[in-house]
Design a protein around this ligand. Structure first.
Ligand code: APR
Length: 272
């Protein structure tokens, strides 16, 4: 009997009845791909000052005046993004979509891994690090994650010092107008993306999976409460304390990379 088998079975029971479940994901679902979460001990906000580099202005200011300070964490994140692959947690969500159980995955993550796991309906409320948007004409271009990161690492390795101009040269230029591009991600203080669609999916779902998120950052963190209010059962998967424990109908204190494949396995067994 696996640990938490009762909770896994309860979650499977709920999802077997679902036709358009939704999932709300945070950095915890990518932790097993080797990408650091934000608020776990040793996480990104333990090593970078959110107040200083969490906004676009703040980040640009540090890059202009003291970029070397960010380099150790920046290089480590590049390493993680270059080596990461979608993990069994991401894959289980793609399975649930193919099984006709899961509709939309709403993710706060910018790592592209849910797309790479094969999910078709993904809302990236905080954007995508590998989709660039032109600062001149607004044109967008999606890049392959690993080659782009390898290219940036290679250029960075040749730099003696990190001037803002040199760092800006790391990012691809717009093919349409030649202007600078920036990753199409949402920094603190910027508008969250596709929020209407995310709220609609949260209101209309017949079950909500809340996966690997501390539930601290709004407006995204409001989404599971919308589902709860509409009567959808809430399944939380997170090994640690988080904001959604109190609204959970089933709480699975496990890693998503272990719990989600176990839930899919249970559904498949019961469906036989
Ligand atoms: N499986 C499931 N959950 C996990 C795992 C795992 N393997 N590892 C860690 N967790 C949980 C932690 O217990 C924590 O509750 O994932 C959660 C991660 O929380 P945060 O680090 O706060 O990340 P997240 O909730 O995604 O942050 C939301 O904050 O900084 C902003 O824009 C950033 O999108 C991010 C937002």
């Amino acid at each position: 009997m696996a640990r938490y088998d009762k909770e896994i079975s309860q979650a499977a029971e709920i999802l077997m009845k679902a036709k358009r479940a939704a999932a709300f994901c945070g950095s915890g679902i990518s932790a097993e791909s080797g990408i650091s979460t934000f608020r776990d001990p040793g996480g990104i906000w333990d090593r970078l000052d959110l107040a200083e580099v969490g906004t676009a202005d703040g980040l640009m200011s540090v890059l202009a005046h003291d970029p070397g300070r960010l380099m150790p964490v920046f290089l480590e994140l590049l390493d993680a993004f270059e080596n990461a692959d979608a993990n069994p947690g991401h894959a289980a969500l793609a399975d649930l979509e193919r099984m006709g159980i899961l509709g939309t995955v709403i993710t706060q993550n910018i790592d592209n891994l849910q797309h790479e796991a094969g999910s078709g309906d993904v809302i990236e409320v905080h954007g995508n690090l590998f989709r660039m948007v032109c600062l001149g004409c607004g044109a967008q271009k999606k890049f392959e994650r690993k080659p782009l990161v390898a290219d940036i690492r290679q250029k960075l390795g040749l730099m003696k010092y990190f001037s803002l101009a040199e760092l800006a040269a790391l990012v691809p230029r717009c093919g349409a107008c030649g202007a600078l591009m920036r990753p199409d991600i949402v920094m603190f203080g910027e508008a969250v993306k596709d929020l209407d669609r995310a709220f609609e999916a949260s209101r209309e779902c017949d079950a909500m999976l809340v996966l690997g998120t501390s539930g601290i950052v709004y407006p995204a963190a409001a989404l599971p409460y919308e589902s709860k209010q509409k009567g959808a059962p809430i399944i939380v998967v997170n090994p640690n304390e988080n904001a959604f424990f109190d609204i959970s109908d089933v709480y699975v204190p496990m890693k998503t990379g272990e719990a989600l494949p176990a839930i899919v396995g249970k559904i498949r067994k019961k469906a036989l």
